[in-house]
Design a protein around this ligand. Structure first.
Ligand SMILES: [Zn+2]
Length: 222
């Protein structure tokens, strides 16, 4: 049997016996090629950096200026490590698992980004496996995100919400009525004043009531 036909036969048997194995294999290949593509992009970008930069050194230039830049960098890093400020490169696996767990709880990468200030681009690359490694500090920041980052619990400035509320109050809607429409049972408790912050959930409820009123879909009962 010619080699190609044999390879095809093996693949079709594998796909029958162990479909998960083949899928995993393909996924692995895809990740490796994405990683390679990323590295080559970085290399190309680095190769256009001027001499005397560490990036150019990393792209393969070993001229005197680039070697000097690299050794300067190494010296600074070594000193930082000695002072306990190590920020080593670690596997992104733990962060990826943590992000998957958060996602299963309905906390997406946008909320994670807001909570830990790691860019959405980097979070995306970790989630989809284009990033195999990250800095320890990035990992720490991601692992520190918990359910408190749920979007509804994100704090935001209260001012825009108060603008809507004041407009409704001016139009004669009572606070009791507004709270009822918001689905609440207690009095209107929304922080007030300079720099006051409220949860995104509360802001969304007020906005929803405001929009329904504007659309004429709510009738006063009080
Ligand atoms: Zn050079």
């Amino acid at each position: 049997m010619p080699a190609l036909a044999r390879a095809k036969a093996v693949e079709s048997i594998l796909s029958l016996l162990a479909p998960g194995f083949l899928r995993e294999q393909r996924e692995k290949e895809r990740r490796v090629s994405a990683q390679e593509e990323r590295l080559s992009k970085i290399k190309i970008a680095c190769a256009s950096k001027p001499h005397g930069t560490r990036a150019r050194y990393a792209a393969g230039c070993k001229c005197m200026l680039c070697r000097a830049a690299n050794s300067r960098y190494e010296t600074v890093r070594a000193l930082a490590r000695k002072n306990g400020d190590a920020n080593p490169i670690v596997s992104a696996d733990r962060a990826r698992r943590h992000l998957a767990e958060l996602s299963a709880k309905g906390i997406g990468r946008h909320s994670v980004h807001e909570a830990c200030d790691v860019s959405e681009q980097i979070l995306c690359a970790i989630i989809y496996g284009q990033r195999e490694n990250i800095r320890a500090r990035t990992e720490r920041r991601i692992l520190a995100v918990d359910e408190g980052a749920r979007r509804g619990k994100c704090l935001m400035p209260a001012a825009p919400t108060w603008r809507l509320l004041r407009e409704l109050l001016r139009d004669g809607y009572s606070k009791v009525q507004i709270v009822e429409w918001m689905g609440g049972k207690r009095a209107l408790q929304i922080k007030h004043g300079e720099g006051a912050r409220i949860t995104a959930a509360t802001a969304m409820k007020v906005e929803r009531v405001y929009n329904l009123i504007q659309a004429g879909k709510l009738r006063r009962t009080r």
